[in-house]
Design a protein. Sequence first.
Length: 285
Amino acid sequence: MSGACRRTAQPCSLHPSPGGALPLRAAGRPFDATRFKKGRVEQWVTGLFIVLLAIPPISQADSGSVIEVGKFSAESEGVALPTGWKPLIFKKVGSSTQYKLVRDGDTVVVKALSEASASGLAKPVKIDLKEYPFVRWRWKVENLLKKSDISRKDGDDYPARLYITFEYEPEKVNLFKKAKYQAGRLLFGDIPIGALNYIWDTKAPVGTFVDNAFTDFAKMIVVRSGAQGIGTWAEEQRNVYEDYKKAFGEEPPMVSGVAIMTDTDNTGETATAYYGDIVFKKAAD
């Protein structure tokens, strides 16, 4: 998602600094900065970071037992964007996913329609997972993507995803990861150092944790898979604190942002999805 910047966020502009591969090595494995150059996730993460800088974050102060990140049910149908959420547009993708608030039964939700397109909705937050480790949301998809493949760059499309980004805390990062992060900044400017991507996949088993096809700065976590449940609402709850530790092998930093995205630009297919309220909680249901 960012590279020689196939995608950049609107309305902000992104001008990557020039740079090449750095001769870094860890445990005998060379660091290849070229992984940053065309990765869709880097474009997505970098663009998301810029969007998050553009609007003030939700703080967890005085939030009680729940932080309402996306209170879509309190919105009015027909409005283009939920309160506090901003579009994440990628200039070099010919078409953007359409998002709007619609009525579904007795509540209002976000509807996403992607036709060989990609864009997202993002909201900045500032959440300590030690206080609010659980995220709860609900979603519904109308169809799967036949060409979606979690292991391939040309299959990196999903009918629905919930994306969580994290702050960069240099004092808590090991030397290799810090150097790798700095290499990414040379190419793209400020980027989040880690992200969790909860997805509805076509065929990967539920519970799969895997590096994104473009970068290990983003981890893919399969929450739903296959046709079971298509067309009906699915309630989800994840312990983000534990998921981050499992994915990255370390304590999580503060959460910096949350986004939703339905994208089909790589596969050229069509997908329709719906997103319900998103909350962070102190305790599981």
